[in-house]
Design a protein around this ligand. Structure first.
Ligand SMILES: *[C@@H]1O[C@H](CO)[C@@H](O)[C@H](O)[C@H]1NC(C)=O
Ligand SMILES: *[C@@H]1O[C@H](CO)[C@@H](O)[C@H](O)[C@H]1NC(C)=O
Ligand SMILES: *[C@@H]1O[C@H](CO)[C@@H](O)[C@H](O)[C@H]1NC(C)=O
Length: 427
């Protein structure tokens, strides 16, 4: 165990600029910025590993069975938040944007304000995340994602109890709708349509897909994200989008999972083609998992690029990196950095190059994770288990800040494209 040191809270405040350019049935874009809240050393790595473990656990438990996650993680690292209006007149709630779960719910902090558009259903709702849990009653209500972008009769959970969510009011779950299975009681086979499903079925957007752009963060505060419902924002990517089918390998297949291989430099195989996930999400969904508060953790989002332990070890020896005990990240010398090769991710027949610079933790944020200024830390880390288990990598924010991503529900595929930030040297 490493000592836990309290750090200054680092906050990348996340606000949504609620000024989408709204053309009927056209993609709708919301700007996001990022909230980075690191309060203790090692949280980043422990947090990401716990998330990986929880994501894998979901695939191994039946919806009515139990899993135990024994991972102590005590802080969230990175969150993207949207301000969403519920009801008419609307009350505004700050919700975590999550592609790793699919229920939308409110009431963790601010109480639900019922209005004439509120309709209580006969269902109870309960979801357990790696980051906590909530339970309450399912309602339908009007939800405004931005002024002018309004969904009528959106199914939302209203929490009567919630734990593990500080500073937010709930979750905007934009993962695959299948992840809502088993969340309502009495048990129903009916899935709970997501916000994206309803935008599509109500004709507000013409494609059931989401495009996401994140940008590398150099400062502790930045407006650096954008979420587009119903299409893509061509100003945020370069070249064409490579479409990668959702993998058939479980448990990655439950999420935005793809087959991918990873190579270091011209010829060092890090991972042969295997399944893993593209994770923009903030929370881990574990229906009915047996997680107690003592076991568990805040476990929100994957900040790093995580590789199965065998792949991580190959990367470590290829780069010559050492594990830094203060941060839990790999560390290299400046000589090793000048020799650092690109890491190549091949998916859907296209190879995406994560440059040497893109493999660095932003050096201006070293002290925020308990590191030493001037040192060079890497964002590739250990998933915590060996490959061959159906979820062998997570392309987290450090990857997604370099490549544009698209989550296409209709065609069950993930899109990836290079972006203006793919080769930037901001770190
Ligand atoms: C940052 O994290 C700490 C500890 O988890 C929490 O108490 C605090 O409310 C968080 N701050 C924000 C702005 O989310
Ligand atoms: C992904 O890899 C698995 C295991 O090799 C293979 O069965 C599957 O056909 C591949 N492609 C997809 C889309 O799942
Ligand atoms: C949850 O786990 C604890 C300890 O692992 C066990 O004692 C308890 O019976 C479990 N509860 C359920 C409902 O499975």
């Amino acid at each position: 165990m490493f000592p836990t040191t309290l750090l200054t809270t680092l906050l990348l405040v996340l606000s949504v600029a609620a000024n989408p350019v709204l053309v009927d049935r056209s993609p709708v874009t919301l700007q996001l910025s990022r909230r980075l809240n690191l309060t203790s050393v090692h949280n980043l790595v422990r947090h990401d590993q716990a998330r990986a473990k929880a994501l894998k656990a979901k695939g191994t438990v039946k919806h009515d069975s139990r899993a135990v996650i024994n991972e102590q993680v005590d802080n969230q690292a990175v969150t993207y938040i949207a301000s969403v209006g519920v009801g008419s007149p609307a009350t505004t709630y700050d919700l975590l944007i999550d592609t790793g779960s699919s229920n939308t719910w409110i009431g963790a902090s601010k109480a639900y304000v019922k209005t004439s558009t509120s309709t209580q259903t006969s269902n109870k709702v309960s979801v357990t995340y790696g980051s906590g849990s909530f339970s309450g009653t399912e309602y339908t209500d009007q939800v405004a994602l931005a002024s002018g972008l309004v969904i009528s009769k959106q199914s939302i959970g209203v929490a009567s109890t919630a734990s593990g969510f500080s500073g937010v009011d709930g979750i905007l779950g934009i993962g695959p709708v299948d992840l809502t299975r088993g969340t309502l009681s009495p048990a129903t086979t009916t899935l709970v349509p997501t916000v994206t499903d309803n935008l599509f079925s109500q004709g507000t957007i013409s494609a059931n897909e989401i495009g996401i752009s994140f940008e590398p963060t150099m400062a502790s505060e930045a407006l650096n994200g954008e979420l587009t419902w119903g299409g893509t924002d061509s100003s945020k990517f370069t070249g064409s989008i490579t479409w990668v089918p959702i993998t058939s390998t479980s448990p990655a297949s439950l999420y935005w999972g793809i087959n991918q291989s990873v190579r270091y430099g011209p010829s060092t195989t890090i991972l042969s083609t295997t399944a893993g996930i593209v994770d923009t999400g903030e929370s881990t969904f574990l229906p009915n998992a047996n997680i107690t508060r003592a076991d568990c953790c805040l476990n929100i989002g994957t900040t790093l690029v995580l590789l199965a332990t065998d792949g991580y070890n190959r990367y470590k020896s290829a780069t010559g990196a050492v594990l830094d005990s203060a941060t839990g990240l790999l560390r290299i010398t400046s000589t090793q950095f000048s020799n650092l090769q690109s890491l190549f991710f091949t998916a859907g027949g296209t190879t995406f190059e994560l440059t040497a610079n893109a493999q660095l933790w932003p050096r201006s944020l070293n002290s925020d994770i308990g590191g030493t200024s001037g040192r060079i830390y890497l964002i590739v880390n250990d998933l915590g288990s060996n490959s061959g288990q159906g979820l062998d990598f997570i392309n987290g924010y450090a990857f997604l800040e370099r490549f544009y991503s698209v989550f296409d529900t209709t065609n069950k595929r993930v899109g990836l494209a290079t972006s203006p930030f793919t080769t930037s040297t901001t770190n």
